[in-house]
Design a protein around this ligand. Structure first.
Ligand SMILES: [Zn+2]
Length: 320
């Protein structure tokens, strides 16, 4: 299977958020991509600038970040023309690598804007090289800029950054430093299209945790009543882990819980509520085996939240 390492540059509404098209906040103006085989040999490259159709002048930020002027785009082809060639170019059976989690999302939005059928299967798994870089070289959480990752690895800097082609080439160079195992064991789930029903729900087991993406629910409360959403089955032995701390809200859109697997120990559950544009919610749940200390931190967090709530109540009662 070939790798398609993709980088896009986009423009946004130059007249501010209020005037933007809700369905197209970011209009793609440049596509850069590198095609690599499974032995990390570069097979081909794709690069084209795009004449924008929605936002004809460039937002000052866009102008600042990428070195493109309106005049550079004037004689370029439009997105539908370029996209058609690009989709043909990548061929079938590609696995997509990007620096960060936004490129494939914006690509799908731009395709939808022009009613171009999605070329992606469902669910779409891709490889966020920025995230994988952090997992392999750092603490899993830090997100470096592409340039600082290139510096970190001591790779030569032959081109300027923030150009779709050169960023794709640099990302490809980072990919070459990763093993197949590094990449394929750390897939990301694309959230542009999420499960429409129970049958489509996504469950992926990684080395150190399990991720679940749910169907839509009318409210957060409805979601938290759902037995599959709230279940804490151990991802190693598939047995039901007993909840020691039931799901509690740890923020406006997040919940935590703690369960105990007889065989594997503490299992920390985390739910993040995400909202669709139609107002419905879907759940991204992760279950992770944790040590005693991390388990204790969940208990501590619950206590702090309880205490804060109690303080708030007494404060308001006193000052009414
Ligand atoms: Zn277990």
């Amino acid at each position: 299977m070939n790798y398609i390492i993709l980088d896009l540059e986009w423009n946004q509404c130059p007249d501010g958020k209020e005037k933007e098209e809700a369905l197209l906040p970011f209009e793609i103006i440049e596509i850069g991509a590198v095609k690599m085989d499974s032995h990390h040999q570069i097979l081909d490259e794709f690069h084209e600038l795009i004449h924008p159709q929605v936002y004809s002048s460039l937002h000052f930020m866009t102008r600042e970040i990428i070195s493109i002027q309106e005049a550079d785009l004037e004689n370029c082809r439009t997105f539908p023309e370029v996209a058609k060639d690009f989709l043909e170019w990548w061929g079938e059976d590609a696995c997509f690598c990007t620096w960060g989690s936004t490129d494939l999302l914006e690509l799908q939005r731009n395709l939808a804007w022009y009613h171009i059928p999605s070329p992606f299967s469902f669910p779409l798994l891709y490889y966020d090289i920025q995230k994988i870089f952090s997992i392999v070289y750092e603490d899993r959480k830090t997100r470096r800029s592409l340039e600082s990752a290139v510096d970190f690895l001591g790779l030569p800097k032959e081109h300027t950054f923030h150009n779709a082609w050169s960023d794709a080439v640099y990302t490809a160079k980072v990919v070459k430093r990763l093993t197949e195992e590094d990449i394929f064991s750390n897939s990301s789930v694309d959230y542009y299209r999420t499960p429409k029903n129970r049958r489509q729900e996504i469950s992926i087991t990684y080395k150190t945790y399990e991720k679940f993406v749910s169907k839509p629910f009318s409210s957060k409360t409805e979601a938290m009543k759902d037995r599959i959403v709230t279940s804490t089955r151990c991802y190693l032995c598939r047995k039901n882990a007993r909840k020691k701390i039931r799901w509690f809200s740890s923020g406006t859109r997040s919940y935590l819980c703690l369960a105990w697997c007889e065989e594997h120990g503490w299992l920390k559950g985390k739910i993040r509520m995400r909202q669709h544009s139609d107002g419905t919610f879907y759940v991204v749940k992760t279950l992770k085996l944790v040590n005693e200390e991390e388990a204790y931190a969940v208990k501590e967090k619950q206590e702090i939240i309880r205490l804060k709530r109690r303080l708030k109540r007494t404060f308001h009662a006193k000052h009414r």
